[in-house]
Design a protein around this ligand. Structure first.
Ligand code: PEP
Length: 252
């Protein structure tokens, strides 16, 4: 079975609504590739104008977070139904920056994943080890734990449609890309873990991205690995380079 690649940009806390529309317009003609799903994960305030700007294209819009409650007195938070009503299809959950700066845990990640599925949003579930954990040799154990908790009470049918982003924390925004072997090793281990939780068919269906300083030059080799189904791209998603990453299989 062949999985379609998925390449998502994570704009983080960048781009005012005006700038976001300008960036979407710049990238629109550059990110056509029928071999890949393309997602722009944008700040909440940019969602509505970017959805409007990419109408009629292959680009889907994602959010960078949601809250796990349905609605109510949660000042500052954004619900799943607000996202779907605004035209969002994907949502990043548990990015390491949210874990580090906003106290997200494996448990809140799991609640958010369940809420996303309940509303028909596809979660992009982030996991990844710190440099210290890698040096201690506990990377795979750590990631397996993150995955097992993230998928608690997620059905097999839901899991098949999920996206997991393996993002070694030491590679995010540092310009230090994991080697192809390191990235493939962990993505393969994640797929095996999904196979143990569910079954072989679910492991085959789920899409696993690599994230961490992906660039136009590193993307072709990374995305050619058997267990790497695309990328979650931070810095390079804000530039025309993103078009070259999406067209990783057509670069000269
Ligand atoms: C990210 O934030 O998900 C990411 C991978 O960032 P960068 O590509 O800048 O390392």
């Amino acid at each position: 079975m062949s999985r379609k690649k998925i390449i998502a940009g994570n704009w983080k806390m960048n781009m005012t609504p005006t700038e976001a529309v300008a960036l979407a317009e710049t990238l629109k003609p550059l990110v056509g590739n029928e071999d890949a799903d393309v997602v722009f994960c944008v700040p909440a305030i940019d969602i509505i104008p970017v959805v409007e700007a990419v109408k009629g294209t292959n680009i889907k819009v994602g959010a960078e977070n949601l809250y796990f409650e349905e609605k109510g007195a949660y000042t500052g938070e954004i619900s799943a139904s607000m996202l779907t009503d605004a035209g969002v299809s994907y949502v990043i959950i548990g990015h390491s920056e949210r874990r580090e700066y906003f106290a997200e845990t494996d448990e809140t990640v799991n609640k958010k994943v369940l809420k996303a599925f309940e509303h028909g949003l596809t979660p992009i579930i982030c996991c990844g080890e710190s440099l210290k954990q890698r040096e201690q040799g506990i990377t795979i154990d750590w990631i397996r734990q993150q995955i097992k908790i993230a998928f608690l009470n997620v059905t097999e049918e839901q899991a098949k449609t999920a996206v997991i982003a393996y993002e070694p924390i030491w590679a995010i925004g540092t310009g230090k890309v994991a080697t192809t072997e390191q990235a493939e090793e962990v993505c393969a281990a994640i797929r095996q873990c999904i196979g143990e939780i569910y079954d072989g068919a679910t492991a085959e269906a789920i899409r696993i991205q690599y994230g961490g300083s992906v660039s136009a030059s590193s993307a072709p080799e990374l995305f050619a690995q058997p267990d790497i189904d695309g990328g979650l791209v931070g810095g390079a998603s804000l530039k025309a380079d993103f078009g070259r990453i999406v067209n990783y299989n057509r670069n000269a």
